[in-house]
Design a protein around this ligand. Structure first.
Ligand code: PLP
Length: 397
């Protein structure tokens, strides 16, 4: 860490960080995994090979034996799922604007059109009550997002999908380790896409996996993953469809193999820290600030993130001002996410302000607070006190 030099230009009051900088997230990678990566690097086989196969086997076991294919992101996995489902030009996919832009971009990538419906302001995930009204003869799939690891109601989701004969691509990028009524996310349902990006609950640095329904789909996923190539015998090669360059490396897979055994312990840690957040936010002086909290779900959620919604109408500053002051207090925060339909690309396709009020309010005011397994319990009151003090100072009388 570099120490800031006292600057004469520093006119505005600065909160001096008394403790080390606290990022909003940080991966935990153990020494055995680092040593394992070194072994892979020395082995002579560093791209897709035995480590990827082993990682896929472990993942498949975790998901109750369903076929799994590992890829180099949790974005291409959704694109591959859409392609296997036959989604393309002229089709529509129903999704929500409060997500990482990847979940809508993949729909555009196939030539189809995303159809947004608003979020439920409590769960912050797709309002399933709005889905049926958005279905048209062109609709092929529903693509819900488990924001912050809180699973979308799978019973209701699949009853809508079955009734209208639609495929489902679960964007479970954030919900690896979450459950629905005691069943692991990914162990049931249609396509389930997981991300192993550095910020996710377990990581391969960059990477993802797709849980599929059968071996036919798994074979297609392999083709879409690597240039459409099908190999037979020693020298047979055929290409019948356009595939991407989406294969995972053995280096990444080795990291994933080293992460998996820690999932339960990471999860327990995240849960304890989330509970601590609720305790701190429950103090009367903090409660009176009107900060929006996530649902207090300690059965299904993997607590991928702890996100608050700032009370915009009661503040004399904006989210960016709060983030700046949190940073000065030595605390990192994040934005997950701005509403997708208001990005220039999507505005050009016809969406505008006011289309999805709940997603837009969240998009402007949602703030991700630090939460990761290596955090300490005392970090939580530190974060909440800093936030409360900032909002207190910028509160409309
Ligand atoms: C991280 C994430 C993705 C994409 O994952 P990558 O591995 O970064 O491609 C997609 N959707 C959501 C909701 C995510 O959080």
């Amino acid at each position: 860490m570099t120490r800031a030099m006292p600057s004469p230009a520093a006119a505005k009051p600065q909160v001096k960080p008394a403790e080390a900088y606290l990022p909003f997230t940080r991966p935990t990678i153990d020494d055995a995994t680092i040593a394992g990566v070194a072994e892979v690097l020395r082995s002579g086989w560093i791209t897709s090979g035995p480590q990827v196969k082993a990682f896929e086997a472990k993942l498949s076991e975790y998901f109750g034996g369903r076929p799994v294919r590992a890829c180099n992101s949790g974005t291409c996995t959704m694109e591959i799922a859409l392609r296997i489902a036959g989604v393309g030009p002229g089709h529509e996919v129903i999704t929500t604007p409060l997500s990482w832009v990847a979940s809508s971009n993949v729909v555009l990538e196939t030539g189809a059109r995303p159809v947004f419906v608003d979020i439920d302001p409590v769960t912050r995930t797709i309002d399933l009550g709005l889905v049926e009204a958005a279905i048209t003869p062109r609709t092929r799939a529903i693509l819900p997002i488990d924001l912050a690891g809180l699973p979308v109601d799978r019973d209701r989701l699949y009853s809508i999908a079955r009734k209208h004969n639609l495929r489902v691509v679960e964007d479970a990028a954030q919900s690896f380790g979450s459950t629905w009524k005691g069943r692991r996310i990914g162990s049931f349902g249609d396509f389930v896409s997981i991300s192993f990006h550095a910020n996710k609950n377990i990581t391969t640095v960059e990477g993802g996996c797709l849980v599929l329904n059968d071996e036919r789909e798994a074979a297609l996923a392999e083709q879409y993953r690597l240039q459409g190539v099908v190999r037979t015998g020693h020298d047979g090669m055929e290409v019948e469809l356009v595939g991407g360059k989406y294969n995972m490396t053995d280096v990444a897979a080795r990291i994933g193999l080293g992460q998996l055994p820690h999932l339960a312990e990471f999860q327990a840690r995240r849960r304890d820290l989330a509970r601590a957040y609720f305790e701190e936010f429950d103090r009367p002086v903090v409660r009176s600030l009107g900060i929006g909290l996530p649902p207090e779900n300690f059965t299904d959620s993997n607590w991928h993130m702890f996100q608050v919604i700032l009370p915009e109408e009661r503040m004399t500053t904006r989210r960016s001002g709060v983030m700046e002051e949190m940073k000065s207090a030595g605390i990192g925060t994040g934005v997950h996410y701005p509403a997708i339909h208001l990005f220039a690309l999507y505005r050009r396709m016809g969406w505008k302000d006011g289309d999805f009020p709940h997603a837009e309010y969240a998009g402007r005011n949602i703030l991700t607070l630090p939460l990761f397994p290596a955090m300490e319990r005392p970090d939580i009151p530190r974060v909440v006190r800093a936030l409360a003090s900032i909002l207190g100072r910028h509160s409309k009388a």
